[in-house]
Design a protein around this ligand. Structure first.
Ligand code: PMP
Length: 360
């Protein structure tokens, strides 16, 4: 393998080596065409086929029902923080955007929604450092939608049960989409930046219920209007061609692995192995509450701060990268995205045990 590091980075993150190799060769000569994937028209039949295939793979892998649109946008998940309220809240009358405050990115979404209307924070785990997912809350009768963050990339918590409140459910799935089975019909709008389990940074996936689109009844700037992307097959302007192309390769890889249900089993195994090691350790401890521990981003700290740099350096010398916790949180975060092999987790666990033994 040419991948010589164990990459636990939180995103952009590890992608399968076979995907990288195919992507690299297509940059030079795409499928023997004598052209690079980077220099072909997005309006060419060949590239239109890439878009169609990628959409189809999203539909297949997530069993997206017919009454949903699969759209490719730009601007990252962060642009969705404002597009959601711009499309769904701004002209909803006196309705409020309901938000579950489960961490840093939920906060960012709330901040942007306030530009477009009133926000109701239905519950927050802020006072406990966002180490759990609140589940005891209700909605105002005048909520336009409820916004959730299914996986909190920085804090290492994940939502495993989605309740129905009778209002459109909007979910930021940036860091756990394609990592586990979901029921798309539980949601009205799903969005995700590509750069975790979908592909390289550059495109943003939006899955939106068609009836929700018809509720947007007022003019919006074209690039901020979901209807633009639905009406133009995500090709209103030049789409992020390389990101879409490599996402197609990566989703084909996922299909080859047996799809989302097969990768979910792997992901559970990887997460269990690491959490078990953390729970056994005298030096490290997990930060997220038992029932809400993320399978994608495992956050942990050390009891004695001296081990923070100590272990990071020790791990780095052994080819383990990307395990430093987010700057506002500190400690460690090991991300276990789809392409991270089980043996990398086994190697991390062994390295933790060796490090601990060395301290005796
Ligand atoms: N939401 C979540 C859950 C994320 O993890 C991230 C970034 N990693 C974002 C939103 C922001 O995404 P982007 O950088 O694509 O704007």
């Amino acid at each position: 393998s040419t991948q010589q590091k164990h990459n636990f980075g939180a995103g952009p993150c590890i992608l399968p080596i076979s995907v990288m190799e195919k992507a690299a060769s297509s940059v030079i000569n795409w499928d023997g065409s004598g052209l690079s994937i980077l220099e072909v028209s997005h309006r060419s039949a060949e590239f239109e086929e890439v878009v169609a295939k990628t959409q189809l793979l999203v539909r297949e892998l997530l069993s997206v029902p017919e009454d949903y649109e699969v759209l490719f946008l730009q601007g990252g998940a962060s642009t969705q923080f404002s597009m959601v309220p711009q499309n769904l809240l701004q002209a909803s009358g006196n309705k409020k955007g309901a938000y579950l405050d489960t961490g840093y990115f939920a906060q960012k979404a709330i901040e942007q929604a306030r530009h477009f209307g009133e926000v109701q924070i239905v519950a927050s785990s802020r006072e406990k450092g966002y180490n759990y997912i609140p589940d005891n809350y209700s909605l105002h009768h005048d909520a336009a939608y409820l916004h959730l963050t299914s996986n909190n990339t920085i804090e290492g918590t994940e939502i495993f049960e989605f309740r129905n409140f009778g209002v459109p459910l909007v979910c930021d799935m940036s860091s756990d989409i394609f990592s586990r089975e979901i029921k798309v019909s539980d949601f009205d709008l799903i969005y995700a930046g590509a750069q975790k389990n979908m592909g390289p940074a550059g495109m943003t996936l939006v899955i939106i219920k068609k009836t929700l689109l018809t509720k947007i009844k007022y003019p919006l700037p074209a690039m901020y209007d979901y209807r633009t992307y639905a009406a133009n097959n995500s090709m209103y302007n030049t789409p992020p061609v390389f990101s879409i192309y490599v996402s197609m390769l990566n989703l084909l890889w996922l299909k080859d692995q047996g799809g989302v249900s097969a990768i979910e089993k792997q992901n559970i195994k990887k997460a269990e192995l690491l959490y078990e090691a953390i729970d056994k350790s005298e030096i490290f401890y997990g930060t997220a509450d038992g029932g809400h521990r993320s399978r994608m981003n495992v956050t942990f700290q050390c009891r004695d701060k001296k081990h923070e740099n100590g272990f990071l350096n020790y791990a780095q010398e052994r080819g383990i990268v990307g395990t430093k916790g987010y700057r506002s949180v500190g400690g460690f975060r090991a991300s276990l995205y789809n392409a991270l092999p089980l043996f990398s987790v086994e190697f991390l666990v062994k390295t933790m045990a060796y490090y601990e033994k060395m301290q005796e």
